[in-house]
Design a protein. Structure first.
Length: 193
């Protein structure tokens, strides 16, 4: 015993009795895991590429708001109340830009699977700007988040990628535009005997 921990996949045998055994293939899992990681990275890069145009457009708009607010503040230096409002608008643009780049960097950098308990509604709400970018200008994204959705085990980056891919697929299915509704709700599963 070395005490090492490794990932494996078991395949039960249909044999019964003293000769029954379970196969534990370790090499194929490593290759499959690597292939799955490459596929996830490819999907992330594709989604990131599609979002870049929308993010760049929004970032340019934020910079225009900041530039306009600062320009107006310079011209109205003799009116302190107006200057404060222009500076506040510029700061709001800066804060939104920081938030936007932080979200984009977090999305782009995430590579490892990190599953933990989390609030599904919070994940969706924080990722909503990216869903809007992924949907494009002619498709509206509407979140309808149920109030009693329990926490769940989730990898935020994989979840974000999956939802973003669904949004982009829905967008592609609506070339004339439309609305994508993302709904969360608690489902009670009942079993019948």
């Amino acid at each position: 015993m070395t005490g090492c921990v490794f990932a494996c996949e078991t395949q039960p045998s249909s044999q019964a009795g003293p000769d029954a055994r379970t196969q534990v293939p370790d090499a194929p899992l490593d290759a499959r895991t690597a292939a799955e990681q490459r596929e996830r990275a490819t999907h992330r890069l594709a989604a990131l590429g599609e979002m870049t145009g929308g993010v760049a457009h929004d970032f340019r708009n934020l910079l225009a708001v900041i530039e306009s607010g600062l320009g107006l503040a310079e011209r109205r230096a003799d009116e302190p109340e107006r200057v404060r409002a222009y500076i506040a608008a510029a700061r709001e643009g800066i804060n939104r830009g920081i938030e936007l780049t932080s979200l984009l960097l977090a999305f782009a950098k995430h590579q490892e699977v990190e599953i933990h308990a989390g609030n599904l509604n919070q994940f969706l709400a924080s990722f909503e700007p990216f869903l809007r970018y992924g949907a494009g200008p002619d498709v509206r994204v509407k979140l309808e988040l149920g109030p009693d959705v329990p926490d769940c085990l989730i990898d935020p980056a994989l979840f974000d990628t999956a939802v973003l891919n669904l949004v982009m697929n829905a967008r592609d299915a609506m070339p004339s535009g439309g609305e994508i509704r993302i709904i969360t709700e608690r489902l009670e599963q009942t079993t019948t005997t």
